[in-house]
Design a protein around this ligand. Structure first.
Ligand code: ASP
Length: 419
């Protein structure tokens, strides 16, 4: 079978497996050849990530403006927004509590005082406070917010802009809505083009990541990593599919087939923001969601919904508490959950963002920031896994929000594709 005929997710998966298989060779080699290969991976992989990221701001802004204007004043906007908030909090809370339960059960850090001592005195800079996250919701300068990658500010501005643009006289409103729709369509076209490079980009990124963060260095923290992986797997493979089947009444397999390229791209780039164009292309292209709903819900959920990161922050904070022998009672643990949830609302969707959230959680729970030094060494692989779950969570959330929406029901009936 010809390579180009194979479905995108299989091509990406094959690239990922090939990178995993080859990474020990690159990891073990040194000298100019290995350096050259590593440099090439960084360059090629970096170009791929940049190509995805260049789409994000125009995509988010045009998608939200078009969607908010399209939703009109019929109460659709408020209802969808309310549902979105409900499902973001519910799924993230479920993920955080799952992480908490597992880390209590497995206890990866218990009796780890020696490891804690080895963490050394590497102190982190002051945590990015919740205060700044809240303040950044309303951008003082929307162009600076876009240029500075502050997605939350761009989201806020675009929604408010869409609300007021819709109230302009008909001709003006039509012009703005038409422009937003056209920009959005062009961005989706570009996303399709970039997606064509995904197998190569993913291969280069994964080869580099696995050869640098090879499996040998991980032994010390194996139980901690296992706990995070187990939690992420349970959330992605059990909790979310159950919600899809019993609440959204949609087939998890069908959704997976559509969004697998986005999830695999998220996994290898460790950036849920970079995966957003691919998720949007998939959800629209496969007619899984009404475009009206997709264009509103997906950019928002990609910004504020991070199930994997919420779970990770809880496990990591409790792991540090166990490692340092700091007792955290029930109220301490619930505080960790609460702060983890709040921080994920403002995380940037970039590699390593969860660690920044974690510094806030540690500070809020009075846990030593030194613990981070240990965790950072193995963070890349965890970052990849939690980002994949973040993006899978976004796709599931969109179907949960769309459940019972009249628009969605009409389109489903019209499509009536047998499973
Ligand atoms: N890298 C993750 C993302 O982009 C966030 C995190 O580090 O937890 O979704």
């Amino acid at each position: 079978m010809r390579w180009s005929r194979i479905a995108a997710h299989w091509r990406i998966l094959a690239a990922l497996v090939a990178a995993m298989a080859l990474s020990p060779l690159l990891g073990a080699a040194d000298g100019p050849f290995a350096d050259g290969v590593s440099m090439l991976c960084k360059l090629g992989g970096g170009l791929f990530i940049n190509a995805l990221k260049m789409l994000v701001m125009p995509l988010v802004a045009s998608s939200l403006v078009a969607a908010v204007m399209g939703l009109g004043s019929g109460g659709d906007f408020g209802r969808l927004f309310g549902r979105l908030c409900f499902w973001v909090l519910t799924t993230s809370l479920a993920a955080a509590l799952l992480g908490l339960a597992l880390v209590d059960l497995i206890g990866p850090g218990r009796g780890g005082a020696a490891a804690a001592a080895a963490a050394g005195a590497a102190r982190q800079s002051a945590p990015a406070g919740l205060f700044d996250v809240l303040l950044g919701i309303v951008p003082a300068n929307p162009l600076a917010a876009a240029a500075g990658d502050h997605l939350l500010g761009v989201v806020f501005f675009s929604i408010v802009f869409g609300v007021f643009a819709a109230r302009l006289p008909e001709a003006q409103a039509q012009a703005i809505a038409g422009l937003a729709r056209a920009v959005f369509a062009a961005m989706i076209g570009m996303a399709r083009w970039v997606l064509g490079f995904a197998p190569l980009g993913v291969f280069l990124l994964a080869l580099d990541a696995f050869s640098v963060h090879g499996l040998g260095t991980l032994r010390q923290l194996a139980w901690y990593m296992l706990t995070v992986f187990a939690g992420l797997a349970a959330h992605a493979l059990v909790v979310l599919p159950l919600l899809l089947v019993f609440v959204a009444r949609r087939s998890p397999l069908r959704l997976w087939r559509a969004v697998a390229p986005a999830v695999l791209t998220a996994f290898s780039t460790a950036s849920s923001k970079a995966a957003l164009p691919i998720t949007m292309e998939a959800m629209e292209g496969r007619a899984l969601l009404s475009p009206r709903i997709a264009r509103f819900v997906l950019p928002l959920s990609a910004t504020v919904n991070m199930n994997g990161s919420a779970l990770y922050e809880c496990v990591a904070a409790l792991f540090v508490a166990q490692l340092y022998g700091v007792p955290l009672g029930l109220s301490g643990q619930l505080l960790v959950v609460l702060v983890a949830l709040l921080t994920t609302l403002g995380l940037s969707g970039m590699p390593g963002a969860g660690v920044i959230g974690l510094t806030t959680v540690l500070a809020a729970a009075g846990l030593p920031a030194d613990g981070l030094a240990l965790l950072l060494g193995v963070d890349r692989l965890l970052d990849m896994a939690r980002t994949g779950v973040n993006v899978w969570g976004d796709a599931c959330l969109a179907l949960l929000v769309a459940r019972n929406e009249p628009q969605q029901a009409q389109e489903d009936a019209a499509a009536a594709v047998p499973e």
